[in-house]
Design a binder for this molecule. Structure first.
Ligand code: PBG
Length: 338
């Protein structure tokens, strides 16, 4: 055979590393941590093997476990001791995330990112206070018949997000990550942080967050499923890609520092589009359903968990993500450093 081009030449073991286009490092990863104010012991999350909700007293110990693997950043989610229609525990100075943040930043070197949203704090489970005509209705069971576009009061939510972000920054959060997909959320939070002297605190916006069925296990983990309806009137339609660019552009105009796509694997085209269109760091959230399906297949012996986890994260980086928020963070980082 007279073959000039033989790509296999560069696949030999001693040269593979030299020509590798993508690398994965523990420093690229962010580990989600669930802090639960309703419990005083660690509780495994059934739908997410290997993860648990930890009480506030265990938050520092939990974060130290993460740091031992080489991962340097955590994303905190809180489960409050009580919920109400406005989600007032979300901005309480002694709230679960605020308290955990104070302790973690005082006692560890972790870079602490906080999720800013209301769905874990409202009794109806939506990502903000409801529109006026719904207030006082029984929205906890089944829900009222309503125009789904009019459930969450966007502009009232912005005021709450401003308060939540400031309360997290006051507790010591290093970065604020709004995930509610409200119009204007980045501007509202930037304004709040700057007003209170936190102009150095960056915002990682869940800029293109889709209304995805892959969030199922998380909603069990964080107890944040909507009691009625769904989130399709604020989260994006999985059918749309150009709309993601529009969403992201708005967040950039409002001052977002890091742009996130969520979920990751089913939306790698969006990650790649974002990488091409913007110069900001791009983050991707490898969500609970992406984690759970690999865990389930591995449990059956159908996939090798360590290999598929590594390949999944590598794919997300190859598509253009600089940082990855993933439930595999600790396992993959530990494997990388061993
Ligand atoms: C809340 C929030 C959700 C996730 C992160 N923040 C759930 C939702 O929007 O319903 C999902 C994360 C995951 O599935 O891993 N706004």
């Amino acid at each position: 055979m007279d073959l000039t081009h033989r790509p296999r030449r560069l696949r030999q073991d001693r040269v593979r590393g030299l020509v590798s286009e993508t690398s994965l490092e523990p420093a690229d990863l962010i580990a989600p941590v669930f802090v639960d104010a309703t419990t005083d012991e660690r509780r495994p999350i059934e739908t997410m093997p290997g993860h648990e909700r930890v009480p506030i007293d265990e938050a520092v110990a939990r974060v130290e476990e993460v740091l031992e693997t080489g991962v340097e950043a955590v994303m905190l989610f809180g489960i409050p001791e009580s919920k109400d229609p406005e989600g007032t525990r979300a901005w309480a100075a002694d709230g679960v995330v605020q308290e955990a943040t104070r302790r973690i930043t005082a006692e560890t070197d972790a870079y602490v990112i906080t999720d800013v949203c209301l769905c874990e704090y409202t009794d109806h489970g939506h990502c903000g206070p409801l529109e006026e005509e719904l207030r006082g209705e029984d929205v906890t069971e089944g829900g009222p018949a309503c125009d789904p576009i009019r459930t969450v009061d966007n502009d009232a939510t912005l005021e709450a997000l401003d308060r939540i972000a400031v309360s997290h920054a006051e507790a010591g959060a290093d970065m604020i990550a709004p995930s509610g997909m409200m119009d204007g959320m980045v501007a509202a939070i930037r304004e709040g942080l700057d007003r209170e002297g936190f102009e150095h605190v960056p915002i990682m916006s869940y800029a293109a967050k889709y209304e995805s069925a892959f969030y199922g296990p998380f909603r069990d983990a964080a107890d944040g499923a909507p009691a009625f309806g769904d989130r399709r009137h604020y989260q994006m339609d999985p059918a749309n890609a150009r709309e993601a660019m529009r969403e992201v552009r708005l967040d950039v105009e409002q001052g977002a520092d890091v742009l996130m796509v969520k979920p990751a694997l089913p939306y790698l085209d969006i990650v790649a589009d974002l990488r091409r269109e913007f110069d900001h760091p791009v983050a991707a959230y490898n969500v609970s359903g992406e984690y759970a399906m690999l865990q389930a297949a591995a449990e059956k012996g159908w996939l090798d968990l360590e290999d598929v986890a590594h390949e999944s994260l590598l794919s997300i980086k190859r598509a253009g993500a600089d940082l990855i928020l993933t439930y595999f963070a600790e396992d993959v980082a530990a494997a990388l450093s061993s």
